[in-house]
Design a protein around this ligand. Sequence first.
Ligand code: ADP
Ligand code: MG
Length: 193
Amino acid sequence: MQHTAAKSDLRVATLARRSAMDPGARAAAARSLRDAVLAVPELEMAGTVAAYVSIGTEPDTRGLLLALWKRGTYVLLPRLRPDNDLDWASYEGPDSLVPGPHGLLEPSEPPRGPDAVSSADVVLVPALAVDRRGTRLGRGGGSYDRALARVGPAILTAALVYDGELVDALPAEPHDRHVRAAVTPSEGLVRLA
Ligand SMILES: Nc1ncnc2c1ncn2[C@@H]1O[C@H](COP(=O)(O)OP(=O)(O)O)[C@@H](O)[C@H]1O
Ligand SMILES: [Mg+2]
């Protein structure tokens, strides 16, 4: 319970900080993240990348998705299931996204099942914060704890965050799945223990 409360406080604080950011600074951060991600060696080699469509004040991933798609990378995007697990479907360009639950934009292509994420060569995930051990703080649905449990040990899994959101330590519960890297606008790809 203690961890649950600590996580909840951190979520509120992070979302408030993101809201207070200047929109121009958010856009600049998104461009830096896009360029950093596109330069990651595993990603340049990847046939399939699992990614996500940003919402709200998250670093905007739409430019990144478009760049990957234009490069010929096969991009899988999540579709939120009623039980908060994630299904996956292919991204076929910006016009292939449709409104989903909670203000999400989701791929309109047929869903390929929750296990489809296992076929990705790189997995990019959202986070409110990540710590140096790879502990990830999400919005509280546990969706990515479930998705990341289906990803093999050799696959690069990376959370995209703003500067200041890669921190020394976050509260971790037994069900929390780690990411193997963070990407920040200033530091680029940071591999984590
Ligand atoms: N593998 C799982 N199967 C079912 N539910 C899970 C699983 N992992 C996490 N959850 C649920 O998600 C809830 C929120 O998890 P939490 O780690 O706090 O969220 P987030 O990872 O989004 O920050 C947990 O309390 C748990 O009920
Ligand atoms: Mg979690």
